[in-house]
Design a binder for this molecule. Sequence first.
Ligand code: NAP
Ligand code: ZN
Ligand code: ZN
Length: 427
Amino acid sequence: MCRQCNDSAHNPEEQSLLKERRHMLMAGAAMAAAPLLAAASPNAGAAPANAASAAPGGGGSKNAPGSGPGSGPYLARAWGVAGAGSAFAPLQIRRRALQPNDVLLEILYCGVCHSDIHTARDEWHAVMPTTYPSVPGHEVIGRVAAVGSAVSKFKVGDIGGVGCMVNSCLKCEACEGDREQNCAEGATFTYNSPDPTLGGATYGGYSDKMVVPQHFVIRIPPGADLAATAPLLCAGVTTFSPMQHWNLKSGQRVGVIGLGGLGHIAVKLAVARKAEVTVFSTTPGKLADARRLGAKEAVLWSDAEAMKRLARHFDLLISTVPQAYPMQQFINLLKLDATLVNVGAMDNLQGINGMGLVFGRNSVAGSVIGGIAETQEVIDFCTARGIKADIEMIRPDQIDMAYERVMKKDVRYRFVIDMAANKQRNI
Ligand code: NAP
Ligand code: ZN
Ligand code: ZN
């Protein structure tokens, strides 16, 4: 029985057993990683050595005929952008040969996160400039097609998920504490991180295959709706993690600011924890949706009467808005000692007033995704309860259209790419 959500199906104690198992796996991974790191390409960080062919329309992926997927290296078919203003086009990329702890995934589905857009368009240039060509995608679900010699977590045919990270040092204090996302050496993110094996930048899930160490592959339980589970690997854990850390309890009041991909999953997760949820949206057409998703109340930012009535009302606020905006209007809604957690805007936060913080002893905090154990926990939590994203399925050749709709706040509520659709149409 979980003390946080009073639900017998959610069992954090089971998670601590998983954690012990993780430590055993980690020991194996560290041993296997040593020769890999020693042999890391001297070109690491240089031009995109892992792009086999960046030419739009570059051919399909081929492994040795008749040998099945084998142990690689592999050519993969991907969808990426050549520059900040470019449209998506097919390209061929390389995936490394299987190391002992690696898993080869044949990718089935990949969610479209707003972070993909920030990266493809180089909107985080100041802190995380984009290396081109860029292949985004970090809400990845695939079928295990081959495994390295030391893999024990998966067998061929299993379904695995990959979120925002594909490696970390696994030995620093953060990694030891199941917070690989905060790794002291910097996690290797699923896309646009320096690729220590092939050089260039890592390529994400807008592709047909991917090689990932088993520790960073999440088990997808049988019965999960695969396409609608994909978004939980980023949007799910990013909103679950603050609810865990700030200990959102049954009956507490939580506000979700911005009803998009992250926001709509935050509502579902908080409702499942039996919290009382209020959504703050800028889009009148989403208010009814917010209530359908389980929110008790849905409020337009422009509703001055509601913003006044809700002063000092919330135990926790989670902001998913992709850009900075004047935040004090929401800080004013926090109860004494309560926290507004920003998971959205990565630029300088705006309009936070010192006086406005001190009188309520309020905090403004940030949070980035969640660790691997926590990602497994949110997947298990959601599968046990039938919680999944509201999705619109697209083909790979529709990614540009999807980005435009996300930018217009017109996503209901996550686009998911059916990675097989391009093959069927031979595009
Ligand atoms: P999304 O699907 O585009 O949803 C964002 C929502 O915020 C929009 O639907 C809209 O909701 C609201 N919004 C958008 N622009 C706004 C503006 N200018 N002013 C006010 N409200 C606005 O995006 P997402 O995929 O949920 O991602 C949200 C942000 O979180 C992105 O910046 C992404 O990079 C970031 N992110 C962070 C992490 C992390 O680990 N911290 C992980 C994943 C994503 P309404 O129509 O309801 O107003
Ligand atoms: Zn994301
Ligand atoms: Zn680390």
